[in-house]
Design a protein around this ligand. Structure first.
Ligand SMILES: Nc1ncnc2c1ncn2[C@@H]1O[C@H](COP(=O)(O)OP(=O)(O)OP(=O)(O)O)[C@@H](O)[C@H]1O
Ligand SMILES: [Mg+2]
Length: 467
């Protein structure tokens, strides 16, 4: 019944109504056939008996006067006026045929087939048999209690059966037609009723994809469907408002985080960096003034240590907030990032940038952070030695592709990471959602194990990136 489960409600109801009507019409037809054929058989016999009685009464005189011509005329007329009479013949008490209606003579054995019962000959007697002309009811009617002979009439119900068959098939045809019309009507009616349901179903599917901003469905009636539609509209509105609020909060959180990073970066660079530089100058001066060679070497070693800390502070400051991003733009900032990764990791990296104009600040920052996270992931998880990055402008959007030739990523790994609060890819998705865009992760084996493809909606500013 898999096919039935796959049908729409309207189709299901149509099939059900049609099958029920079909079964009922067949049952009703069979019952009707049996009842009517029984009644007709009884009716035929009664009519046969009445004709036989009449024949017996009317043939008495011609038999007594020996007028065989009148006898012939009598049975011929009786057969002619009753289509269901197959034959009539009259025999004398010794079973000698006096008159018959057969054109080609009396069939053999017909006489012996239905002989008068011994002793009693008063009543008409009926016997049925099958012949090449169909089912025959043979009536034997005594003339003057059998003293003058007997009338035999054969009744054939073939004509009646054909009539009955015709009526039966007509009945079945009409009920089938009515059934089909009924099924069609139910189908149309269900379509009318399920139309709002289909609309609701489509809207529920749209909402389940996370698209809440669709215009509300038009509510026409106040019935159950109307109320359901209203409830669905309200639900979508609440979800949309919740989504907007979440985006706003997330955006705010990212801005606050970036501001904080910027502040810490400047603090590290300006305050701590300046203080360390001043300290290093003082140490060098102190080393110059010191006469003792051992103490001087010690002071210079401490100064070198301070220079090393300063270097680390600077790269931390750059990582927190790349100055190139604000000053030189996204292309230069990504190039610096790539150079740094190549310096510290065994990766061969290609970066291709085909931008017409400059992306706005939010998009630039998002792209930088996304590349940063993807490169960190490659170093942490991919076991790759080649990376390819492409950043290009498209109509009203930016396309970023990052590929590595590593072991590849699985959906299960992404979900597992998310369950255990590793939110790198989730963070990328959220950034994209705030700006409007999409991300796909797939592989291009054998060349590339993981491909991140990101489309970000952004307006490009006029201008050129500096190298
Ligand atoms: N380039 C890649 N190649 C192979 N696997 C990857 C790659 N990038 C990510 N993964 C897999 O996807 C998972 C999810 O990555 P995600 O960045 O969300 O989390 P994480 O890197 O494990 O943690 P976090 O980013 O929070 O430090 C990773 O744990 C890793 O199994
Ligand atoms: Mg990560």
């Amino acid at each position: 019944m898999g096919w039935f489960a796959r049908l729409k409600i309207a189709d299901k109801l149509g099939v059900m109504v049609a099958s029920v009507i079909l079964v009922f019409s067949l049952l009703a037809g069979i019952m009707l056939w049996q009842t009517v054929s029984e009644i007709m058989e009884q009716d035929l016999e009664a009519r046969g008996r009445s004709i036989a009685g009449e024949m017996a009464a009317m043939s008495s005189d011609p038999i007594q006067t020996g007028n065989l011509l009148a006898l012939d005329e009598l049975i011929y007329m009786a057969k002619k006026s009753n289509s269901f009479v197959e034959y009539i013949f009259i025999v004398d008490p010794e079973q000698q045929v006096m008159a018959h209606t057969f054109h080609n003579g009396m069939p053999k054995n017909l006489l012996e087939l239905h002989p008068p019962a011994e002793g009693e000959g008063r009543k008409a007697d009926v016997m049925a048999f099958s012949s090449d002309r169909g089912h025959i009811q043979d009536i034997l009617q005594p003339i003057e209690d059998g003293s003058l002979g007997y009338v035999r009439i054969g009744l054939n119900n073939k004509a009646l059966t054909i009539l009955l068959e015709n009526k039966f098939f007509m009945l079945v045809f009409i009920t089938l037609l009515v059934g089909l019309l009924g099924a069609l009507f139910v189908f149309r009616l269900t379509r009318v009723f399920t139309k709002p349901l289909v609309k609701l179903m489509c809207r529920a599917e749209i909402i389940s994809r996370g698209e809440f901003a669709e215009p509300p469905l038009h509510v026409r009636s106040k019935d159950e469907f109307g109320r359901l539609t209203e409830a669905m509209n309200t639900m979508a509105e609440h979800l949309h408002m919740g989504e907007m609020e979440r985006k706003r909060l997330l955006g705010h959180l990212l801005t606050v985080q970036e501001d904080e990073r910027k502040r810490i970066s400047m603090e590290l660079h300006d305050e701590s960096g300046q203080a360390l530089t001043a300290l290093m100058f003082s140490m060098r001066a102190l080393a110059k003034q010191t006469k003792d060679a051992e103490t001087r070497a010690y002071i210079l070693a401490v100064r070198d240590e301070a220079a090393h800390i300063l270097q680390k502070l600077r790269s931390l400051a750059v990582e927190l907030r790349p100055p190139a991003l604000d000053e030189l733009g996204i292309e230069a900032a990504v190039k610096n990032l790539v150079t740094n990764y190549q310096r510290y990791h065994a990766l061969r990296m290609d970066f291709s940038c085909k931008l017409h104009g400059l992306p706005d600040d939010a998009a630039s920052l998002a792209i930088y952070r996304i590349i940063q996270e993807c490169l960190t992931n490659i170093v942490k998880h991919a076991e790759a030695d080649r990376v390819f990055i492409l950043l290009e402008s498209q109509e009203e959007s930016l396309r970023l592709v990052i590929k590595d030739n590593g072991i590849g990523i699985t959906q299960a790994a992404i979900e597992e990471a998310r369950r255990t609060n590793h939110l790198g890819i989730y963070g990328i998705q959220e950034r994209i959602r705030i700006l409007g865009g999409s991300m796909k992760i797939y592989d291009e084996r054998p060349a590339w194990g993981t491909v991140y493809e990101i489309i970000l909606k952004t307006e490009m500013k006029e201008g050129h990136a500096f190298d």
